[in-house]
Design a protein around this ligand. Sequence first.
Ligand code: ZN
Ligand code: ZN
Length: 74
Amino acid sequence: MKKCPYCFEEVREPVAKCPHCAQFVIDDFIESDYRSIDKKRCIFCGKNILAEAKVCKHCRKWINTVDDAIKDME
Ligand SMILES: [Zn+2]
Ligand SMILES: [Zn+2]
């Protein structure tokens, strides 16, 4: 499967714009054979996003550092 390099959500086809985070994909898609399950909480909107995500798919803001995100331990 391919994943968006920004929000790390699975995308079916190479698309110009990610359907999840609405970013225009100018970097290569990430090739992966498993779906991410680790989550963190967006520092802006507080919703759960994938731990690797650089862009929140809910509010579409860029998360610059992992340290800024609050790990969701639940
Ligand atoms: Zn995306
Ligand atoms: Zn957010």
